[in-house]
Design a protein around this ligand. Structure first.
Ligand code: GLY
Length: 258
């Protein structure tokens, strides 16, 4: 079984109130409440047996608490991405500095312009990776990413996105062949081989749960998804993410797990 030993998170900054939002979940984040929710998120991760590295807030980048996007960390290599959102592109520098503490120089790879890629578009399923082609991740970014992964013995295939921000906004792998799917991903042939659990439309946000060492962290306030994950046999922890949701951010966006 896969096991995560480390997690990297980054404290939300005050400027998060100016973060990118689609407006799907209205309102501006309450910074103080976001800090409390972030504390609870870190505590939940620690309960899953991982060592958590907490990076300081960076006021230059309103969305920088969503550390999943500037890097993809695997067992064999780290990939520093090239975020497609202009206001997020500079987030990679401090993430790379943190990643260097865990990976040797020759195992750190980069997506370079004109390629763009954000980690929220990457879903790891064992040694196969799915990568979403989205408004943030382009064809050239995917080409580079596949070439990097193949160098390390992984496989990777593209999934086209029509509606959501990132691939993992709507589909998440919970190991043991279990996959949560919602909306546009429900009938995608790419995911036919998995045991799919279809999330009801009114709980679509909670398709973004995270598996951490056989515990699944579920966003608070989604009873149908919580019941589904419990019925799969996982231990569950719920965490309130209301302030991050206002920026289209979910549980996976808030950490790098490796
Ligand atoms: N607000 C997170 C993002 O759009 O990347």
């Amino acid at each position: 079984m896969r096991k995560f030993s480390h997690v990297i998170v980054k404290r939300p900054c005050r400027a998060m109130t100016e973060g990118i939002t689609s407006g799907l979940y209205p309102g501006r984040p309450d910074y103080n409440l976001a800090l409390i929710q972030h504390d609870a998120y870190i505590e939940a991760l620690k309960q899953c047996g991982v060592d958590v590295t907490v990076l300081p807030a960076d006021e230059q980048f309103p969305d920088s608490c969503f550390v999943e996007d500037p890097a993809v960390l695997t067992e064999r290599c780290a990939v520093i991405t090239n975020p497609g959102a202009a206001s997020r592109n500079g987030e990679t520098a401090s993430i790379e500095e943190a990643v260097r503490k865990f990976y040797p120089e020759d195992r750190i790879e980069h997506i370079i312009s004109p390629g763009t890629l954000e980690g929220g578009d990457v879903m790891m399923c064992g040694t196969h990776f799915f990568v979403g082609r989205s408004e943030r991740t382009n064809e050239e970014g995917i080409r580079q990413f596949i070439a990097i992964l193949e160098k390390y013995g992984y496989t990777c295939s593209e999934v086209r996105l029509e509606e959501v921000l990132h691939l993992k906004t709507g589909v998440n792998y919970l190991e043991n062949n279990n996959m949560l799917v919602s909306g546009e991903f429900t009938d995608k042939p790419e995911f036919e081989a998995y045991r799919k659990y279809v999330i009801p439309e009114n709980e679509a946000y909670a398709a973004n749960c995270i598996w951490v060492n056989d515990t699944v962290i579920v966003p608070e306030g989604y009873p149908a998804v919580l019941a589904t994950v419990k019925a799969m046999g996982y231990r569950t922890i719920t965490v309130d993410t209301s302030e991050f949701r206002k920026l289209d951010g979910g549980l996976s966006c808030l950490s790098l797990r490796f």
